[in-house]
Ligand binder design. Structure first.
Ligand SMILES: Nc1ncnc2c1ncn2[C@@H]1O[C@H](COP(=O)(O)OP(=O)(O)OP(=O)(O)O)[C@@H](O)[C@H]1O
Ligand SMILES: [Mg+2]
Length: 313
């Protein structure tokens, strides 16, 4: 399982910039973890070096989902200071295509015993932030599976990230909870800060067709526009596909075993669209306007610290 492209893949120019992306939902069980993992491997297929973080601290399970048996160390060892990042990261073998393009995926497994990032003490937080800073040079994308709901920890990741993917399914309960997250993100939760999550994007999972996904996204966007005066951009969809359930049962990432399944193609499309938004010509899309937010890991960490420490003062 272990191959490491990192050493030979140093950033090739001073313009190297890490993109931070968090994945969250209102309702649980809508496919965040599957999409986070599949998207990581799809981005690697486009030649990107990805670090996938299980930031769903209360319910960490990406290691199992990714077929990692008995991950020896996890984020809990990092915050208690007993292990360093290199000892904890799990490096995956990627597809031939990813390897030839220098794409790579590593996982920072989540740990048990930590309920919320917001509960960490000052020293633990400092160790976590130091370790995350170390990821800047070795990766192009940081993908965080942030969990469900509107806890402060989940919203902090969304707020701090350059891009936030809000996952919903076509179920009315999931739609309503997605709207609840948008509302919470837009509310004055960000004490003292004028910034808002600028790169909030909707992904509709378990859709029966592209048309259904579009209708779901439009409903959410309309309600957001009408009641909140702003709406997230619709990024795309993932079709309902039995291949995911089968892969989950076998502790495999569906994108690795079935990249050309219906769901696999959808995830590759999402990855391509994200790359265009982050690095390509579409960067001026109105929902992704440069709001003057500091980019890269430094921007991410300063916003994360800002929200986490805001009411500890
Ligand atoms: N596109 C899809 N088609 C069919 N089934 C899917 C799809 N996406 C997810 N699932 C099913 O939904 C289940 C939950 O997915 P997943 O664990 O990724 O959700 P989650 O949002 O991370 O859940 P939690 O909130 O508990 O962390 C999977 O085990 C899988 O069976
Ligand atoms: Mg999950």
């Amino acid at each position: 399982m272990v191959t490491d492209n990192r050493q030979k893949n140093k950033p090739d120019s001073a313009s190297h910039r890490l993109h931070t992306l968090s994945i969250l939902s209102g309702k649980g069980g809508v496919g965040k973890s599957n999409i986070a993992a599949a998207l990581s491997f799809a981005l690697a297929d486009f030649g990107k070096r990805v670090v996938l973080i299980d930031a769903d601290l209360g319910m960490a399970n990406l290691d199992i989902l990714c077929g990692v048996r008995n991950a020896r160390y996890n984020i809990a060892h990092l915050v208690e200071g007993s292990r360093n990042l290199n000892e904890i990261l799990v490096h995956f073998k990627t597809s031939e295509r990813a390897t030839s393009l220098n794409g790579a995926v590593s996982l920072l497994p989540g740990g048990y015993g930590i309920k919320e990032i917001a509960d960490l003490d000052e020293y633990a937080m400092e160790r976590l932030f130091d370790a995350l800073s170390g990821l800047e040079d070795m990766s192009d994308y940081l993908i965080m599976d942030a969990g469900a709901g509107i806890h402060r920890g989940v919203l902090s990741f969304a707020y701090a990230s350059e891009i936030t993917l809000l996952i919903t399914t076509p179920e009315p309960t999931s739609i309503r909870d997605a709207y609840g997250v948008i509302k919470s993100l837009g509310a004055a939760a960000w004490q003292g800060s004028k910034e808002t999550a600028s790169g909030l994007m909707l992904v509709v999972n378990m859709a029966s067709s592209s048309r259904e996904a579009q209708e779901v996204a439009e409903r959410i966007r309309l309600a957001s526009m009408q009641f909140l005066g702003n709406a997230p951009m619709y990024l795309g969809y993932v079709l309902k596909d039995d291949v995911i359930e089968r892969s989950v049962k076998n502790c495999r990432i569906f994108y690795r075993s079935d990249p050309d399944s219906n769901a696999g193609i959808c995830v590759r499309n999402l990855a391509g669209d994200l790359l265009r938004l982050c690095e390509g010509a579409d960067i001026k899309h109105e929902a992704f306007k440069d709001s003057g937010r500091k980019k890269g890991m430094r921007g991410f960490l300063s916003r994360l610290a800002g929200t986490l420490f805001a009411d500890k003062k």
